[in-house]
Design a protein around this ligand. Structure first.
Ligand code: NAI
Ligand code: ISE
Length: 338
């Protein structure tokens, strides 16, 4: 049986996911889409050479009897509403990050899902599916570098639009690290502080860029994450784990090195679409397979909630300049891994 997907939001990642579901992955097909920019949605389908029904309202995609499962790829503040509507309709939903704009919003999704009685939500945290992060986690869990003591991370984008502001560095960008670092270290955050270096002249009026976010975890590990979203030179994700016995580093994406004109050169990627192309493929194939098997196993609404609990504290720390506590409620048994 081919799983019939409805996609809400046909912008950059919406188009990427439509393309991969129809042309790369197995077992699913996009049959309906929606975007507030209806003409943009139609043009996107035409460019992709894909036929699907186009709705002006995402809720009509969710209600459509022709649609089995939903992908939410619209702007961040719309995610909670569409995900709640999908859960209310009893449909599986893959929601891009962040699950909601606050922990309170994520909690509403968690509560709705628990009330429904079965996991229906997967959050688009794709890094745990990335081959490099998986290899890094294996080195840590195998004990090769001993117990982790410190992590040094960076999340750099070449540029961001004028609409992107100082809080978005947390809710839109750091949210990936907030998820993947919990998964990588099997630990939880205890405190956070945000410090602001000199602002780059490449930034916009509403954005203090770069930012350094400093965490202490429950196990006493210290983590620093640099978020620098107008770094100009490339899309660069770094993660170095300093352990008791050695250091492990996230591998660079493979690229051909050239020796020419008295220089050694290795290209750096410039776009998240290319950096995580393999991870997006694996995460969505897993979602499709899991929906067909009627059991979700990928990043859950609880993972979305956990990342947003930390994000809320980061937002507070951005304003206060102080060290803020991160208090994670106990995970409901509903989310115990089967
Ligand atoms: P985008 O701005 O290119 O596309 C978003 C689309 O959503 C636009 O076409 C917009 O018209 C549409 N939209 C907004 N409100 C809507 C509504 N109420 N109903 C239907 N459509 C609506 O943005 P992009 O980069 O595609 O990001 C979309 C989402 O995906 C964001 O939440 C972002 O955080 C997430 N994302 C995740 C990535 C990942 O690595 N997992 C990478 C890039 C984006
Ligand atoms: C974007 O929305 C993403 O999710 C990308 O993965 C991330 O690296 C980028 O910073 C975000 O703006």
């Amino acid at each position: 049986m081919t799983l019939k997907l409805g996609v809400i939001g046909t912008g950059a990642i919406g188009q990427e996911h439509i393309r991969r579901c129809n042309n790369v992955l197995q077992g699913a097909k996009v049959v309906a889409v929606s975007d507030i920019n209806v003409e943009g949605a139609k043009a996107a389908l035409q460019r992709l050479n894909i036929e699907a029904e186009v709705f002006a309202d995402g809720h009509d995609v969710i209600k459509s009897p022709n649609v089995d499962a939903i992908l939410v790829t619209s702007w961040d503040p719309t995610h909670e509403d569409f995900t709640l509507a999908a859960v209310a309709a009893g449909k599986y939903v893959f929601c891009e990050k962040p699950l909601a704009m606050s922990a309170e919003g994520c909690r509403r999704v968690v509560d709705a899902e628990i009330k429904h009685g079965k996991r229906l939500v997967q959050v688009g945290f794709m890094r745990p599916y990335d081959a490099g992060y998986r290899a890094l986690k294996k080195v840590i869990t195998d004990g090769d570098i001993g117990e982790p003591l410190m992590l040094h991370c960076a999340h750099r984008n070449p540029t961001v639009p004028e609409s992107y502001d100082t809080p978005a560095a947390i809710t839109n960008t750091l949210i990936h690290e907030l998820d993947v670092l919990r998964w990588l270290t099997n630990d939880d955050y205890k405190t956070v502080q945000v410090v602001f270096p000199r602002v780059t002249s490449k930034s916009h009026a509403k954005l203090k860029d770069p930012q350094i976010v400093l965490f202490e975890t429950q196990k006493g590990v210290r983590i620093d994450v640099e978020i620098f979203v107008n770094c100009v030179y490339g899309y660069d994700i770094q993660c170095e784990v300093v352990g008791e016995l050695g250091i492990a580093r996230l591998p660079e994406p493979s690229a051909v090195q050239t020796r020419k004109a008295a220089q050694l050169a290795t290209p750096i990627l410039t776009d998240w679409k290319d950096r995580f192309i393999g991870a997006y493929d694996v995460e969505l194939q897993a979602f499709i397979n899991d929906v067909k098997a009627d059991v979700l196993t990928g990043p859950s609404a609880w993972d979305g909630f956990a990342a947003s609990v930390a994000a809320d504290a980061c937002l507070k720390a951005q304003v206060s300049g102080a060290i803020e506590a991160i208090e994670m409620p106990p995970r409901p048994a509903f989310y115990d891994k089967k």
